[in-house]
Design a protein around this ligand. Structure first.
Ligand code: SF4
Length: 96
């Protein structure tokens, strides 16, 4: 998946939310408690939903831009997103 660091997204339109594959799933699936044990299976199950989601890329962009620290967003775990966000912030600093 290619991230578009400098993309300008019309968040108000929220078009991507209408495509969200998680709209009809149990929300708790995307917010596991912890990162070990049963939470590992839950994270992987949420990521499987994300992989089938047409909104994966804008969802991840949104999560990075709005610093969503909890849960699975755009096919990434909290830890994965922390690393991605560092790169995202660095790219923004370079661009400004
Ligand atoms: S990428 Fe995952 S969390 Fe984001 S909208 Fe799609 S299913 Fe939901």
């Amino acid at each position: 998946m290619a991230l578009m660091w400098n993309r300008t997204v019309d968040w108000d339109a929220d078009d991507w939310r209408r495509l969200a594959a998680c709209r009809n799933t149990e929300p708790d699936l995307f917010f596991p408690v912890g990162t070990t044990g049963q939470a590992v299976e839950q994270i992987e199950a949420a990521k499987r939903v994300c992989r089938s989601c047409e909104a994966q890329e804008p969802c991840l962009d949104f999560a990075l831009a709005t610093n969503q620290e909890s849960g699975v967003w755009g096919g990434t775990s909290e830890e994965e997103r922390r690393k991605l966000r560092k790169a995202w912030l660095a790219a923004r600093r370079r661009a400004s």
